[in-house]
Each structure stands twice: as C-alpha cells, then as structure tokens.
Design a protein around this ligand. Structure first.
Ligand code: PDD
Length: 296
C-alpha cells in the first residue's frame, strides 16, 4: 500500500472553507486560532465501504464540543454530511479515516476571542486506514504502557490540544507499547491517549470508566455499550486501577480507528494468559454488526 507522507499524501483532496483543494495546496491563515492557541475541536470518523460509521453520534459530539467552547457550527448538519460524502468520493478511499477539524477561525492573536466572531475554519482531510495493521493488532493484541495523566480538567471536549496525549503516546512507543493508558493522581486509569480503556474483571463484568470531565465520551464506547446491553452482557461503568487491570481476565481499547482491540500486556505484565480474550472478540463482533464495520 502507498505510504502517507506530506509530499505524497494518500488522501489527496482536502476541503478548506468552501473549496476542495489538492492536499499539498490546502492551507489555513497563519493567525488561525487553532494554530496559535489550540482553539479548535476535531472528530475522527471511520469510513468502511465508502460509508461514514457512527456518523450521527460523531456529529452530535462535534456539536457538543463546539457548544462547550462557544464556537459556531461552520455549516448545518445536512451540508456537513454532504461535504463528508464528497470527501470520500473525491479521495476515492473506501476504507479510511475522515478527520473533521473546526477552529474558531482567524483573528489577531489575543487570548480572548473577538467580540465579532470570525468565521469558523472547517478543515476535513481523509486518509486510507491501515487495515492490515489493524488485522494484526486484532489477532495478536497490543501492549499498553501506563503514563501519568497530565491533561486539563475538560477531557470530555475533543479539542486539538493534544500535547499531553502525544507525549504519553511517544513515551509508550519508546517503552515498546502501542497505546498509553493514562493514570490519574489516585492511581486509576482514565483512558488511553487516543482510545477508551476497558477490562473484564474477576466476576466477568465488562468495566470501563464512567463518564465525567476526566475522559472523552467515546462514540465507539457508546455504541459498544448499547450493543452489549442488547446482548444482555454484564457491564459496569466505574474506575479501575492499574493493578486491577493487570490482574483482569481481559483488557481492550476502543476508538473509531479500532473497536475492542485486545490489550495483552500492561507495563510488560500479561493480562490473563497474554492472548486476546473471548469476550473482547465477542464485543468486537457485536459492535461490528451494530455499526456496520464488518468487511468480510
Ligand atoms: N481518538 N479517548 C481519547 C482521548 C480519544 O482521543 C479518542 C479518539 C477516544 C475514542 O473515541 P471514539 O470512539 O469516539 O473514537 C477516547 C481519535 C480516534 C484520535 O484522536 O485520532
């Protein structure tokens, strides 16, 4: 498969404020507030067989993030859906990731947003998903490394301010892990650097942290919870410690880039017997059936 690079982007067409442009020619104003102040939000939507997955809940969350920051939606939902479809068609990517970023717009640098709000900047881009890499992670599972959660107090808003997340992920990579699990001051796992965190506890309950300002309300998390409820699985939304996770029967992560990806080690300690667990596989299948991500 063709590799992504800034010179040779696989997703060739970007959309910037009303125009579809070749990726390399697309740009924003140097005083865009996201560039200078991190004043913006984003969504990542999986695209399978040319269709955006979990589209409505992603757009619900996008609207919520914008509302929380007092940024206008750049356009109405029906128009945005058209742009999303146009992006998929123009990029000719059937299995990929659609990235939607909205910033407060360009204005003279000032922490306080201007009274007359600038026009929000809408910048969707798209790229192919590494389906082979995902298949390997599903089959073999991934390693997780725990890192201190040094983020701010509103992790429920999906802002583009991702420095703590990227530092944690970088440290995890250095430790030979695929994902970082962020740990709060009290020793409880909040979530992954770019995923939600789950375990199967000693009683067979599927456990994930309850929603609060401490974690992102994952769309995949929400849809998986609905699928599990319909299948009458035992689910508990509560905190868990690193030690509990290491002693759990199973562990996994979820995000738009991969639902129920098995976690087989945490800081080098095997979870269960160190291979992907049966409930994780079942939850993956329940989600895939509900969300329509089954490719085979
Ligand atoms: N990340 N938690 C964090 C901190 C995230 O960044 C994400 C998503 C999730 C999972 O949310 P969802 O199921 O809605 O994808 C949880 C995206 C994929 C990213 O930053 O690339």
């Amino acid at each position: 498969m063709q590799k992504w690079s800034a010179r040779n982007p696989v997703g060739r067409i970007a959309y910037v404020n009303g125009r579809y442009l070749p990726h390399a020619a697309a740009g924003v104003h140097i005083e865009d507030r996201a560039l200078q102040l991190g004043d913006g939000i984003y969504e990542v939507t999986n695209v399978i067989a040319g269709k955006p997955i979990d589209e409505e809940p992603h757009l619900d969350r996008m609207e919520r993030s914008l509302r929380e920051l007092g940024i206008e939606m750049p356009m109405g939902r029906p128009a945005l859906k058209l742009v999303m479809r146009e992006m998929i068609a123009r990029n000719r990517i059937s299995n990929g990731l659609l990235y939607l970023q909205v910033t407060r717009g360009a204005s003279k640098r000032d922490h306080v947003p201007p009274k007359q709000p600038p026009r929000p900047t809408l910048i969707p881009t798209m790229r192919a998903q590494d389906m082979a890499g995902l298949a390997v992670r599903m089959e073999k599972g991934i390693a997780v490394s725990t890192q201190p959660d040094i983020r701010w107090g509103r992790c429920d808003i999906k802002t583009v301010q991702l420095l703590p997340n990227l530092l944690a992920k970088q440290a995890a990579k250095k430790a030979g892990a695929f994902e970082a699990w962020l740990v709060d001051h009290d020793g409880y796992v909040t979530e992954g650097a770019s995923t939600n965190a789950w375990i199967v506890d000693g009683e067979g309950n599927v456990v994930t942290r309850d929603l609060s300002h401490a974690i992102l309300p994952g769309v995949t998390r929400k849809v998986m919870l609905e699928a599990m409820a319909a299948a009458q699985m035992k689910v508990v939304e509560r905190k868990f410690t690193v030690a509990e996770a290491q002693g759990a029967r199973e562990a996994f992560i979820s995000s738009a880039t991969g639902a129920a990806v098995p976690v087989v080690t945490i800081d080098g300690k095997k979870v269960g017997d160190g291979t992907p667990g049966p409930l994780t596989r079942r939850i993956h299948d329940l989600y895939a059936t509900k969300a329509g991500t089954k490719t085979a």
